[in-house]
Design a protein around this ligand. Structure first.
Ligand code: GDG
Length: 464
């Protein structure tokens, strides 16, 4: 079996430290199944940057190779074009973009340096799988250098409709670069069709008989591969000591009260202010909720070097403070806003103790928290998922209470409906959702993507 080479911005850890993100754990599983190499940024900024030595790490049949980046590369690429132009545009936030050719060039330069450092590590029968918006140009650079291996790309975040995408000054270069991959994967049918519309409407793309698209002198296969989680691990975490401890702690704290839980990196795409405001509206409209329902928001800060992220954190601190000041009583505080992270097993216990999982992004590629919340529930007494229609997860998880997060009233109604839902309806909805989460797991997702990539490449080789 061919070796898998995964390229992603952050790498590892190779063992489940409990703090690892769900995606990292899923990728390690694929790498272990087939043996492989994981290549990316070390997380360190150094003077030598990408010119410095590669750092290798090994565990069984999986190794990691990481490089540092220089300060200017970090500022212009990661904290620059990637997170000040691509991330906001792809999440429909043109108001937060910063388009600047210097950042664009920095991003290109970092892609080029990563390609240069990866090439000597590649073996002829490796399958290369590039992840996410940090590396749009990497495949094109590998191809230009003569790399013939199968190369796939998966976009974890939304691909916006052409009316939004074309606001990016280099939208053509970016999409042309995507056409260098053999296979481009998206989270949902909606993102896929936005990509296809772009190719048909903006650059005269044409559909070939085999389903691929030809455009700008290149040919690509694109499809939707909705990502999943390690569902059985999540549904069993409550039996671990950390999971059980947090479950018991929460249950004890809550008594007869019901808890609504949100877990998100602090990010303007996650709809956090809307969530706090909707909870406030619930308390206004239904005074019987006071003392009976609390909102726990776990929100580790992220990307605090980008101004918009600091601003949203301050906004949330202000909002939670104001709402708590307005509604708290001596023995009850409505919002618990915790800006630090918890181990995955503890999160599972917290999910299980919460009557409502509140996932309200304004845009999201998928949203794994929605799936984790479902996996962690008690089948005898499951909670209710309230899910934004703008999360990729809403395309699959249709039995959730689906809400429009831009409408505070609709959000508050969704919360009320979830809190009051009778046991029988909760079970029915949960069973349908649990089935989906257990079927479309992270490992099923990666297998589907890689099998497809290999078959496309094999066909192309046969066709000559
Ligand atoms: C991108 C796309 C897509 C959060 N707080 C803690 C913690 N987390 C974990 C969650 C979950 C992960 O982080 C967040 O995943 P999301 O899917 O919600 O969001 P992004 O980080 O924006 O991820 C997204 C995803 O890629 C995968 O393709 O779904 O749409 O934006 O697993 O549990 N984990 C721990 N402590 C925390 O406090 N351990």
């Amino acid at each position: 079996m061919s070796r898998i080479v995964v390229v992603s911005n952050r790498v590892g850890p190779l063992t489940d430290t409990g703090r690892a993100g769900g995606l990292a754990v899923a990728l390690v599983d694929v790498l272990r199944e087939r043996g492989g190499l994981w290549f990316g940024w070390s997380g360190e900024v150094s003077e030598e940057g990408t010119y410095g030595p590669l750092r290798f790490n090994e565990s069984g049949n999986v190794s990691t190779a990481t490089i540092d980046v220089a300060q200017a590369d970090y500022d212009e690429s990661y904290a620059g074009f990637a997170n000040r132009a691509l991330w906001p545009t792809l999440h429909y936030r043109l108001d937060l973009t910063d388009f600047d050719r210097r950042l664009e060039q920095g991003y290109r330069r970092v892609n080029e340096r990563f390609a240069d450092r990866l090439i000597p590590l590649l073996r002829p029968d490796d399958i290369v799988w590039v992840h996410d918006y940090h590396f749009f140009f990497l495949g094109e650079m590998l191809r230009n250098a003569g790399v013939k291996n199968p190369i796939g790309f998966f976009l974890h975040i939304p691909f916006p409709v052409p009316e939004i995408l074309t606001a990016l000054p280099n939208h053509k270069e970016l999409t042309r670069a995507l056409l260098s991959y053999d296979l481009v994967g998206f989270q949902t049918g909606q993102h896929l069709s936005a990509f296809e519309r772009y190719l048909f409407e903006e650059v005269d793309g044409e559909r070939e008989a085999d389903g691929s698209i030809r455009a700008m002198g290149r040919q690509v296969v694109a499809d939707a591969f909705p990502i999943g989680i390690d569902a059985s691990a999540f549904s069993n975490f409550h039996e671990t000591s950390e999971g059980h401890e947090h479950y018991a702690l929460m249950k004890n704290e809550l008594g007869d009260q019901k808890q609504i839980v949100g877990v998100d990196r602090i990010d303007y795409s996650k709809g956090l202010p809307e969530r706090f405001t909707a909870f406030e509206r619930l308390l206004e409209l239904h005074p019987d909720s006071k003392g009976e329902v609390t909102l726990l928001q776990i929100a580790p800060p992220s990307r605090s070097e980008v101004r918009a992220y600091l601003e949203i954190q301050r906004l949330l601190e202000g909002l939670s403070g104001r709402i708590n000041g307005r509604f708290s009583d001596l023995d009850w505080t409505p919002i618990h806003f915790i800006t630090r992270s918890f181990p995955r097993r503890s999160l599972a216990g917290i999910y299980r103790a919460s009557s409502v999982g509140l996932v309200t992004p304004l845009r999201d590629g998928m949203n794994l928290v929605a799936k984790e919340y479902i996996a962690a529930q008690d089948p005898e007494d499951p909670g209710v998922l309230v899910l934004s229609r703008f999360a990729g997860a809403a395309e699959e998880m249709t039995e959730a209470v689906i809400v429009n997060p831009y409408s505070i009233d609709e959000l508050a109604d969704g919360l009320r409906q979830a809190i009051q839902m009778p046991l029988e309806e909760r079970r029915e909805r949960w069973e349908a959702l649990y089935d989906k989460v257990m079927t479309n797991t992270a490992s099923a997702w990666s297998r589907r993507f890689l099998d497809r990539l290999v078959s496309i490449h094999d066909e192309a080789t046969v066709d000559g």
